[in-house]
Design a protein around this ligand. Sequence first.
Ligand code: ZN
Length: 442
Amino acid sequence: MIKLDAKRCGDEIYQLISDLYPICRSITGNGVRETLEIIGNHIPLRKVEVPTGTQVFDWVVPKEWNIRDAYIKDSSGRRIVDFHSSNLHVVSYSVPVRQVMTLTELKKHLFSLPEHPDWIPYRTSYYNESWGFCISHNQLQAMEEGEYEVVIDSTLDDGSLTYGEAYIAGDTDNEILVFAHTCHPSLCNDNLSGVALATYLAKYLQGRNLRYSYRFVFAPATIGSITWLSQNEANLYRIKHGLVAAVVGDSGNSTYKKSRQGIAEIDCAVMHVLEHSGQEYEVIEFSPWGYDERQFCSPGIALDVGRLTRTPNGCYEEYHTSADNLSLVKADKLADSFLKYATVFDILECNKRYINQSPKCEPQLGKRGLYRKTGGHKDVGQHELALLWVLNLSDGAHSLLDIAKRSGLIFSQIRDAAEDLANCGLITAAVDEENSTCRSCN
Ligand code: ZN
């Protein structure tokens, strides 16, 4: 059973988000390295540099982008837009520029959000060499005709793409993968919440007795997961289950996006946790759109990877704007997301199949101290019910999660019953077989 100081857990994850918030990240560059450096203060992290030009499946690792400064000065020499006040002001991957231009020329490079006139949008131009500034619509409208000095002090050169990996070894080489994207600058829910949650999950698992090994990958979205998959293709067979961790700190309901298979054990485990959370939640089918589950669930990779978020990407107003800030994410929601992930791991760790050693009629539980001493009760207790379900369905084919689902009982009750029955020899663990399809979802 997971025991958690929820307040402390949420506060710590929130603090890590605050530490990472000011850094200007992109799909490559020093901001990602600095981010991984800070994560590495919490968990053992291996950093990998993949050089520009490396072929990764159908893609190529791009040039590395770094930025020192950027601004727009008005004719009086005043910085009216300053990269140092918000790194969202510069379109990510903007090529260097140093020019004086009229407002009409400049406006071709300015982006704003008329529907949210106070917010700065987040824009990127990774694969099309250009430049631009993002500003609030109010500021855009207040700009007067005249000449402006425009400077973007950036570099776009051969370098590398940086990703980080934390590996927590369990008893077997079978792995559970958690992926968090690291490419967004000062944006909190998307996806510093996922980065910080993954860091704390790795921290939590360290030093525990684990059946699975866990691999936490911190890499840029799309090109990062593609690069990682391409570089680690030979070891992908070890990954039995996975989750993409993103947007886990807002106040919306938890939302699970199923793996491509839709009936994988990970799908069943997450849905069980949500069903028994006592909260409203949403489950959505897989689609080849969204975050990095697209890559993990592409037909040639086909891993059982789902995505557990709160409000999904693009479905909240603040998404990809300056309003996705430290006040959008809440410590209690981060703690709640953490608990759900940890409970999913707990289920996967314990989800085994057993074989009833006394299958001809019910074995006598009373003489083994497993049943209430007095008879005639109106209802059967939850624990007794769990014992009977485990005995009945422990045929080597049904997992404990299958039994939980079929009985309507929570997994922890089924697991506790199985433990009691195993302790007195009434069930024994089935020889493990490769079978990632969850029978109860089938
Ligand atoms: Zn995003």
